[in-house]
Each structure stands twice: as structure tokens, then as C-alpha cells.
Design a protein around this ligand. Structure first.
Ligand SMILES: Cc1cc2nc3c(=O)[nH]c(=O)nc-3n(C[C@H](O)[C@H](O)[C@H](O)COP(=O)(O)OP(=O)(O)OC[C@H]3O[C@@H](n4cnc5c(N)ncnc54)[C@H](O)[C@@H]3O)c2cc1C
Length: 412
């Protein structure tokens, strides 16, 4: 792939070649061959993150989640192998980590989000040792499986930070896999499993909550809502949570653990947060239907870095990308922006080995399944879809900018 020369202005600059940036760039080039598209991306590897949960549960190999970046980037795009450091939308310019500047006519901002490990005191020092694991980093997901496999009873805790996070179901999926594994190994009676969530409910869409609570009850997982992990002492194997008591007072409680799976707090990337493109919470401030920036009309955003008020998933990106592409091409041709995103997102909630409850919904938490199957039933079919069909679909279809799709529908 050719490296760009500087200084240079491109017709389209894409920041971040993850699920969103790659899909958009590939589709733009598929529909408009010859378009001058540059992709700013520092990483040599592209990960299929949705399979990290299965890696942590010992049901998928880490190697299969990773492909060389050069093999996933679309042919015809110019790869600028660097990180963006500053956004200057008034000048239609971005500045790279090494000080180089790039101009653009249209900007697509898709650098994902920041995992804020340092927000939890003592966590970084003990990640990957002392039974402290996380599926949110590929270098740690295999350690999750090691912790689960080597667990011989005791206390296993699973945490979920305040929203928003990517894949809101992932913190509980690994709790169910661990519980299922302990049951199969007949160590459930010597184990105490707890799920600590900073929010007040197990899932953001109320229709799914009773069904998921039933799954948790079935495994005897204690649910502690409104408990936020704030510190970890790896040597002592202690976790500290803040919670609000019945009188509205904030309290802290420290508990000892044998296994701790942490989902880190998450926020916008610093260079996005500190830019004129950010909303008050730091996310790229776009219209929730057109994906166009609300103040800079030649800027679009989608995926985890955007302000779109829906659950942050690759499945959401699959539906956002065709809308972004149609509206970018319309704008380039001085036409009206007609494509509209309805907030679709989906989360295959793994509820045990061989079982998935597929949560699909749009803005407002309206449940919208794609197939005529009950969204609230644990399904062996959806497990196969998650494990075998979605990874090749992602790499060989979605990242290639192919957009054919089955429509999702509101339930009767
Ligand atoms: C444990 C886990 C489980 C998940 N499970 C599911 C699931 O079951 N289903 C599902 O649909 N989704 C799932 N997801 C979420 C899904 O992976 C993300 O929502 C999706 O990848 C978002 O795409 P994105 O392009 O916005 O961000 P990403 O795919 O994260 O890509 C961001 C890209 O930007 C690059 N970048 C970062 N900083 C800069 C910079 N300064 N300059 C340039 N480039 C930069 C990064 O290197 C990266 O390549 C899961 C995620 C995790 C971690």
C-alpha cells in the first residue's frame, strides 16, 4: 500500500481504520472508484473485537481475531500510518502525532473510544496477574481464560463501569461463560459469583432485563447494581466499590476476590474530546440520523467515537456505514442528504457455552429482530451465528464495503 507524501489535501480523510473507518472507506471506493481517500491509522493489526468474549471463555483463538492492517484496508486508499493528534475543522486540517499536517475536503472521524484503565486506582499494576483479567484488551483476553480454567472455587467478581461502554452486554457475557464452566466442572457449590454494575439495571433495554435476570439467577450470580469499581489492590486481592446507600449517601466497600474480571471505564479519545468537534461529553457531535456533524457540514462520524445515542457495537456500525457513505457521496455531489440511521444496534448476549440471546433494537429501546425468532430466548442457532458466521462476515463482507442486508423489523 503506498504511503502518503506531505503536505497534501485529500478529498476524503478517514481517522481510524477499525470497524467503522474501514467499512466507510471501502464502500466509498467501491461506489466511487478513483475517489482520493486517505486513512490515518497507527496500528499494524486489525482486531475483530466481538470475539474477545469467546477468547476469554476459551471458545475461540486470539490469533483468529487478528489480521494484518494492510490486508483489511481497501485497495485504492492511501494509508497514513500515524495517529491523529489534533483536529482543526475551521482550517479543514488535522495534525498528526509527529507534527505533519493533512488537509481534507471531507473528514470521517472514527478512532473508536479510550479505555480508561487509570480511572480505577491500582488496576493497571495488577492487570494480567493476581487473578485480575479483562476481555477488553486482546493482550489480556487469554489470561481471562487462564483465570477461569484455574479457578478452584472462591469468589469470582465481574464488573461493569458507568455507561456508555462498547458492547454493553460484554461484561455479563463473561460472567455467564464462567458460571457455565464452573457448573460443568462441578465447582459451583464452592464458588460465589457476583456481578457489580455501576448503573441501576442489568441492560439498557428494559424488555431484556427480566430475561437476563433469570439467566443470572439460574447461575446463582449475585447482582449488585449501583456499585462502581474504584480501586483494586492486586497483592491483597481486594476490590473497592463505591455505592449509594438507602439515605442517598455515597459509601465505599472493600471485598476480597479470587478472580476479578474488569470492564474498564470508557470515554472519548483525548484528541477528540479537546477538539471543536466534541459535544459536552467529548463525543463527535453528529446528527443522530444523517451522521453529519452539527456544526461542520463536511465532517461525519459513526461508531464508538460518535455521539450517536445508541449502544456502541460493530453491529451498529454495519447499519451506520451505508448511511454515512450515502450522505457523504450526496454532499460531494451537492445533493440533499437523504439516508437516515434509525439507531439499530445488536448485542449477541452469550448466556453460556452454545447459547446466545440476541438483543437487537433501535432508538428508544424498541426491540427489532432481523429473523422471526424470539429475541428473549437463548438460542443455539445464534451461538453458531456469533462464533462461525459473523467473523467471516465482518472481515470478508462488511470491511470490504459490501452493504446488502436483511431489514430488521419492530415486533408486532
Ligand atoms: C470485549 C468486547 C466485546 C465486544 N462484543 C461485541 C459484539 O458481540 N458485537 C458487536 O457488534 N460489537 C462488539 N464489540 C464492540 C465493537 O468491537 C466496537 O463497537 C466496534 O469495533 C467499533 O468500531 P469503531 O470503528 O468505532 O472503533 P474500533 O473498531 O475500536 O476502531 C478504532 C480505530 O481507530 C484507531 N485509532 C485510535 N486512535 C487513533 C488516532 N489518534 N488516530 C488514528 N487512528 C486511531 C484504532 O487503532 C482503531 O483501529 C465488542 C468490543 C469488545 C472490546
Amino acid at each position: 500500500m503506498p504511503q502518503s507524501t506531505f503536505p497534501y489535501t485529500h478529498q476524503v480523510v478517514v481517522i481510524g481504520a477499525g470497524a467503522a473507518g474501514t467499512s466507510v472507506a471501502a464502500s466509498l471506493l467501491r461506489q466511487r472508484p478513483g475517489l482520493d481517500v486517505a486513512i490515518v491509522e497507527p496500528s499494524d493489526v486489525h482486531y475483530y473485537q466481538p470475539a474477545f468474549t469467546l477468547v476469554g471463555g476459551g471458545a475461540y483463538s486470539l490469533a483468529k481475531t487478528a489480521r494484518p492492517q494492510a490486508s483489511t484496508l481497501p485497495e485504492g486508499a492511501r494509508w497514513i500510518r500515524a495517529a491523529a493528534r489534533e483536529l482543526q475543522p475551521e482550517q479543514n486540517r488535522i495534525v498528526l502525532e509527529d507534527g505533519r499536517e493533512i488537509g481534507y475536503e471531507t473528514l470521517v472521524v472514527t478512532p473508536g473510544l479510550k479505555l480508561d484503565w487509570d480511572k480505577i486506582e491500582g488496576l493497571r499494576e495488577t492487570l494480567g496477574v493476581n487473578g485480575v483479567c479483562s476481555n477488553y484488551d486482546p493482550s489480556l483476553a487469554e489470561y481471562t481464560w487462564q483465570c477461569i480454567r484455574q479457578f478452584r472455587g472462591g469468589k469470582a467478581f465481574f464488573t461493569q463501569p458507568p455507561a456508555p461502554i462498547k458492547c454493553a452486554g460484554a461484561p455479563q457475557k463473561i460472567a455467564y461463560l464462567a458460571a457455565d464452566y464452573f457448573r460443568k466442572k462441578q465447582i459451583s457449590s464452592q464458588s460465589e459469583l457476583r456481578f457489580y454494575a455501576a448503573g441501576g439495571a442489568l441492560f439498557s433495554v428494559p424488555d431484556f432485563v427480566p430475561h437476563l435476570e433469570k439467566v443470572a439467577r439460574g447461575y446463582n450470580i449475585g447482582l449488585l447494581m449501583n456499585h462502581n469499581l474504584i480501586a483494586v489492590n492486586g497483592d491483597k486481592k481486594e476490590a473497592t466499590f463505591s455505592f449509594t446507600d438507602g439515605d442517598g449517601k455515597t459509601q465505599e466497600i472493600t471485598e476480597s476476590f479470587d478472580l476479578l474480571h474488569v470492564t474498564p471505564p470508557q470515554c472519548a479519545q483525548d484528541f477528540v474530546k479537546n477538539s471543536p468537534l466534541a459535544n459536552a461529553d467529548g463525543w463527535v457531535d453528529v446528527d443522530q440520523h444523517t451522521l453529519q456533524h452539527v456544526r461542520f457540514p463536511n465532517v461525519f462520524s459513526l461508531g464508538d467515537s460518535s455521539s450517536l445515542p445508541t449502544s456502541k457495537t460493530a453491529a451498529a456500525v454495519r447499519k451506520q456505514s451505508p448511511v454515512a457513505v450515502a450522505n457523504i457521496l450526496a454532499r460531494i455531489s451537492d445533493k440533499q442528504l437523504r439516508a437516515s440511521y434509525d439507531g439499530y444496534t445488536s448485542c449477541p448476549i452469550v448466556t453460556g457455552y452454545g447459547k446466545v440471546m440476541l438483543a437487537e433494537f433501535v432508538y428508544g429501546g424498541k426491540v427489532t429482530p432481523t429473523l422471526p425468532l424470539s429475541p428473549f430466548k437463548e438460542s443455539a442457532f445464534y451461538w453458531q451465528v456469533k462464533k462461525r458466521a459473523l467473523p467471516p462476515f465482518y472481515f470478508d463482507y462488511m470491511l470490504k464495503g459490501r452493504e446488502g442486508d436483511i431489514a430488521h423489523k419492530a415486533r408486532d
